[in-house]
Ligand binder design. Structure first.
Ligand code: NAG
Ligand code: NAG
Ligand code: NAG
Ligand code: NAG
Ligand code: NAG
Ligand code: NAG
Ligand code: NAG
Length: 605
């Protein structure tokens, strides 16, 4: 045992045991690793040719990386023909003899060579069979014209092929190869991989899209620094565990069908704004790098709960209540370090110091009082409506009143109006369905009440200060649809004119007939007598108001709003129309009914 130890000590630690000629003993040494592998290693940047070897000895590895060796003549390795690994990385080789490996075929397992970008033939690999070659790493060769599938066909033991910076334009199909590294080549456009490698590095190419349908063995894929604009995570098979998509041009990612096997995902330095996650399926993801993107907010998702590493650095995060969950998560999960994350809005600040508050929710206008009474003013009986609206955010722009049966929709009133007296067609002991419609920025809200005109109360006319300029009631505050509606209003106007004309004619005739009837007084104020029959509802005058909210976008009622616009300027027609006429009239154009109402408007602060 001791003898053995001494033997090895002498063999590997004394420079004399190295099979090198004396002039290389100062720059090279021989050694043995703890795993028993022996090597010959020369210092960096001193050699300009392969050192000369005295005798052949079964060394495992020859390391000559980072030197200035440019040529590999025929007999370079003749005296170490049992070497298993040769590393000539970072030597700018310009010449390799085609017979270089003629004696190494039975032993060589690993060959690493760096060219000068000019060597464009792999004849030195082809000429003699390299039955045991497992690892081949060439970089800075010109393999643009080399048929790699043919060159590598007989190397049935090949497992790892690295061809970096070799001007390759397409991904070769190399059976049995597990690891293929094609970093920094010229693979461009859309590619479709038909051979399934286990480890595939396609970083630093010009790939714009990739089809991985048949890559069921793929465990690791590096696509960083390409030109990908989209990536379909659903095509990935359930073997992939590491995926690198850094430095591409992805705008959005859909992680709904993330393979369960994926544990590490890097999508740093893209243009991601939108992300979609699966709601339920748990993932195995533990590392997620989304740094240097355009992410503003992230929907709360269970995927984040299992992460051990999350990077959101260099994103314009919107730190409001919608992202509060993430802050909570970073605090509870001590593994996620958010110290370098920043918020852009509401104020630029660091993620951990932001308060994650949301601006208080917009308050929509609401009715706090809607009082209806059946009132008599002078000789007129009608409905006196009073309301009070709280509109903290000033979104209300108009108010309308609707009454059921026959349907009546008032013109739009100013938002600060608080009462109105409708004196027309209101009958005692009838049930009315009366709605206050709030037209505000986001929707139209309806507050309705049932009202039975059973108790008549007398109001003094001076209790109601009439709105003198009710013609101007609607001069402002139209919604943007107004202009669209104007055209239809014009057409309606023409029709209306014809009908009014007909109406006036009828009225005139009736007026003549009813000469003896009492002439209506207080015309300038609010009275108008139009007889009409409202249906009677069985209901209580004290029914609670109900509230109905419609979004503008869904509103099917817009036609009603339209028609009300054509009656912007209230018309006063003081003649009586009998019910028969009214019914006919209604059939012709119910809209005209509006004109037959007498509204007396009053404003109250
Ligand atoms: C080759 O050079 C690069 C940079 O010059 C260096 O990163 C790499 O480690 C070198 N390779 C070896 C095997 O020393
Ligand atoms: C592969 O090996 C076969 C015989 O084993 C030989 O005929 C053929 O030329 C070789 N192909 C290459 C490309 O070396
Ligand atoms: C994963 O790869 C192994 C071989 O490495 C293969 O047998 C298996 O079918 C693959 N799994 C899936 C889900 O494709
Ligand atoms: C992918 O390639 C890039 C660029 O060479 C490299 O920085 C990164 O470490 C690689 N990532 C993985 C997971 O292999
Ligand atoms: C999830 O990860 C664990 C451990 O990393 C692994 O054993 C398991 O197979 C993975 N699940 C899937 C579906 O790949
Ligand atoms: C509603 O109007 C009636 C009649 O004018 C009045 O007696 C009552 O006090 C009003 N209610 C409210 C809450 O203003
Ligand atoms: C209602 O608002 C209009 C402006 O929209 C204003 O001219 C008018 O004085 C207001 N009336 C009251 C009673 O506040």
């Amino acid at each position: 045992m001791l003898v053995f130890f001494i033997f090895f000590f002498i063999l590997f630690n004394s420079s004399h045991s190295c099979p090198l000629t004396d002039n290389y003993l100062s720059s090279c040494h021989c050694g043995i690793l703890t795993n028993g592998e022996s090597y010959i290693k020369c210092e960096e940047k001193v050699l300009d040719q392969i050192p000369t070897f005295k005798r052949s000895f079964p060394y495992d590895e020859l390391i000559l990386s980072n030197n200035n060796i440019h040529t590999l003549p025929r007999s370079s390795f003749d005296h170490i023909k049992t070497i298993r690994r040769i590393n000539l990385e970072n030597n700018s080789l310009s010449f390799i003899d085609n017979d270089l490996l003629r004696l190494l075929g039975n032993y060589l397992e690993e060959l690493i060579l760096t060219g000068d970008d000019q060597i464009n033939s792999l004849e030195f690999l082809l000429r003699y069979p390299l039955k045991n070659l497992r690892v081949l790493k060439l970089d800075h060769f010109d393999l643009s014209q080399v048929n790699l599938e043919r060159v590598l066909l007989n190397m049935t033991r090949l497992e790892v092929i690295s061809l970096r910076s070799c001007q390759i334009t397409s991904v070769p199909n190399l059976r049995n190869v597990q690891t293929l590294d094609l970093e920094s080549n010229q693979i461009s456009n859309s590619i479709s991989l038909t051979t399934s490698y286990v480890y595939l590095n396609l970083a630093r190419n010009m790939i714009s899209s990739i089809d991985l349908q048949k890559n069921f063995n793929l465990k690791s894929l590096n696509l960083s620094e390409n030109l990908l604009t989209s990536f379909d995570f659903a095509m990935l098979d359930d073997n992939l565990s590491t995926l690198n998509l850094n430095s591409n041009r992805l705008l959005a990612i859909n992680l709904v069908n993330l393979p369960k096997s994926l544990t590490s995902l890097s999508i740093s330095k893209n243009l991601i704004k939108q992300m979609k996650f699966s709601k339920e399926s748990p993932s195995n993801l533990s590392t997620l790098d989304l740094s240097s993107n355009q992410i503003r907010t992230i929907e709360e998702n269970s995927l984040f709960k299992t992460l051990t590493s999350l990077n959101l650095e260099q994103n314009p995060l919107e730190c409001n209540c919608q992202l509060q969950w993430l802050k909570t998560l970073t605090i509870s999960s001590k593994r996620i370090n958010a110290i370098t994350w920043n918020c852009l809005t509401p104020t630029p600040t660091s993620f951990l110091t932001s308060d994650f508050q949301c601006k208080t929710k917009l308050k929509l206008p609401r009715v706090v009082l809607f009082n209806i009474s059946y009132a008599k003013i002078s000789s007129d009986k009608g409905l006196f409506l009073q309301w009070s609206i709280i509109d903290e955010d000033n979104t209300l722009y108009a108010i309308q009143i609707s009454i059921s049966d026959p349907f009546y929709l008032s013109p739009k009133f100013r938002s600060n109006q608080t009462e109105i007296f409708l004196s027309n067609q209101i009958q005692s002991n009838r049930n009315y369905h009366i709605c206050l419609i709030l037209l505000h920025k986001y929707a139209r809200d309806k507050y309705c009440r049932e009202f039975l005109t059973d108790k008549l109360i007398a109001l003094l006319s001076n209790e109601i200060i009439l709105e003198k300029q009710h013609r101007n009631t609607l001069t402002t505050n139209y919604d943007v649809n107004l202009y669209m509606m104007l055209i239809s209003s014009c057409i309606g106007g023409i029709l209306a004119f014809l009908l009014i004309f007909l109406c006036c004619y009828l009225c005139f005739q009736l007026h003549k007939v009813n000469q003896k009837k009492k002439t209506v007084k207080n015309l300038s104020l609010y009275s108008r007598n139009v007889t009409n029959h409202y249906p009677i509802y069985q209901s209580h005058s004290t029914t609670c108001p109900y509230h109905h909210h419609e979004n503008l976008s869904n509103s099917t009622d817009s036609s009603q709003m339209d028609t009300s616009l054509s009656t912007t300027n209230l018309k006063h027609i003081y003649q009586t129309i009998d019910s028969q006429d009214y019914t006919n009239f209604k059939r012709e154009n119910q809209n005209q009914l509006f004109d037959l109402w007498n509204e007396s408007l009053r404003q109250k602060r």
